[in-house]
Design a protein around this ligand. Structure first.
Ligand SMILES: Nc1ncnc2c1ncn2[C@@H]1O[C@H](COP(=O)(O)OP(=O)(O)O)[C@@H](O)[C@H]1O
Ligand SMILES: [Mg+2]
Length: 427
């Protein structure tokens, strides 16, 4: 077992192509850490640097307390499984799993016992004498995993090992990976772009976007208390409602989030009020998950929005309502694209705020002429509030709709997408 420490690790590919930007992160001894992020955000690059398959451009990589930037891959005691584990086609399943031990000239009886034990844990003990070509995709990934961990590496790296499998197999193997890795207690870094895999497998999740670490914490911490608007949106199974609001503190009586036609107020006794009030007179982004909103009768006088139901959408286990509230949604702020820049390092914040403000202003201008919004094809939903209705819809299309807002679940961000109101975690 071993810990993995990244200290401001940066990867620049030839051609000034910044793939990982000053990542600092620690995987504890025996921890199951999931690296989550959209395609192209630098996950594989990071994993390959840990394995020694890719050089670290800047920063330090520590494995088991030793500086490992220049340690050859074979001295790292790291095993890696890829999206489609390449197996030796002419060797049996047994031969594939045993191979790393045979190379190491292990005792034949030990090899036999170890392969039997692992193949049982991976549910492939019936296939030991078959060739990889005769196996299903799920079985082949099990063999690849068996071969990777047969030597009991200190660190186990997995790069989207389930993404080539169909949904049923993915769920099954997901649970088995979790059980196996935990029973071995080996430090594991698992890469995926799938939020469900991340939430279900991880001890902790590190979420990346465009080469930049966005947040790290337990699944519940980053779901309930995300550090950025990007994290809140990425972990949402439905679309996150993200609206802009002006912060007001009328006569200093309370803190108001003013959405134009709608307002939400927080009393000073609310622990978030002070942090939000620092933006008085300025604009912030307010995130609301569809399940933090609920249909209520006209007479309801708690925190709410009002509008008209534009569409209902059936999702099997729930209905979603799209409620036109006359409040434009805003796109999720992203860090600047490092791939567009030409000099050494990504700017800390310059340019982005200005860019967002410009984007935001142009959306407000279109809203002044309500019909402009309709002409932006594909952007209709952006002006709707998405509300989760459960299994029986309380509304019909075109109904007037009052939407209760669970104030304990709103999230307030700067225009750049940094969280303002959270009781941020200390670790
Ligand atoms: N060998 C390479 N040379 C140049 N650019 C690369 C190389 N490998 C990956 N990249 C680029 O680096 C970025 C991160 O890639 P990658 O780490 O594969 O992302 P992910 O695994 O999250 O999809 C992408 O923009 C990708 O095109
Ligand atoms: Mg990848």
């Amino acid at each position: 077992m071993s810990s993995v420490v990244l200290d401001k690790v940066t990867k620049v590919y030839p051609g000034d192509h910044l793939a990982v930007d000053r990542m600092s992160l620690k995987a504890e001894d025996g921890e199951f850490l999931v690296l989550l992020g959209p395609s192209g955000c630098g996950k594989s690059t990071l994993l390959r640097m840990i394995a020694g398959l890719e050089e670290v451009t800047e920063g330090d990589l520590w494995l088991d307390g030793k500086l490992a930037n220049h340690l050859p891959p074979r001295d790292r005691d790291v095993a890696m499984v890829f999206q489609s584990g390449a197996l030796y086609p002419h060797r049996s399943v047994r031969g594939n799993i045993a191979f790393p031990l045979e190379i190491a000239k292990a005792d034949p009886q030990f090899v036999k016992d170890r392969v039997t034990e692992l193949s049982k844990a991976l549910h492939i003990d019936e296939t030991l004498n078959r060739r990889p070509g005769t196996l299903s995709g799920g079985q082949r990934q099990r063999v690849a995993m068996g071969r990777a961990i047969v030597r009991q590496p200190k660190i186990f790296l997995m790069d989207e090992p389930l993404s080539n499998l169909d949904a049923g197999m993915r769920t099954e193997l997901r649970m088995e990976i979790s059980a196996l890795v935990r029973s071995l207690g080996v430090t594991t870094i698992y890469v995926t772009h799938d939020q469900v895999e991340a939430l279900t497998l991880a001890d902790r999740i590190a979420i990346m976007n465009r080469g930049v670490l966005q947040d790290v914490g337990t699944p519940a911490q980053i779901y309930n208390d995300p550090a950025t608007a990007f994290v809140a949106a990425f972990l949402n199974s439905q679309q996150l409602n993200l609206l802009s609001a002006t912060v007001r503190t009328p006569q200093n009586q309370f803190v108001m989030l003013d959405f134009g036609p709608h307002q939400l107020t927080l009393p000073w006794s609310d622990p978030r009020a002070y942090a939000i009030s620092q933006y008085t007179g300025g604009q912030v982004l307010v995130g609301m998950r569809p399940d933090g909103l609920a249909p209520v009768p006209e007479s309801y006088d708690g925190p709410s929005f009002f509008g008209r139901v534009r569409a209902l959408e059936y999702h099997g286990h729930e209905w979603l309502a799209y409620v036109e509230c006359g409040t434009p949604g805003v796109p999720v702020p992203e860090p600047p694209d490092p791939r567009r820049k030409t000099n050494g390092h990504a700017p800390e914040s310059t340019g982005l705020g200005t860019m967002l403000r410009r984007m935001f202003t142009s959306r407000v201008l279109t809203e002044e002429n309500e019909h402009d919004e309709e002409q932006e094809s594909g952007h209709h939903r952006r002006t709707d509030l998405i509300v989760r209705l459960g299994v029986r819809p309380a509304w019909r299309v075109a109904d007037a709709a009052k939407v209760a807002v669970d104030l304990s679940r709103i999230m307030v961000f700067t225009l750049e997408g940094a969280r303002i109101d959270a009781a941020r975690r200390t670790s």
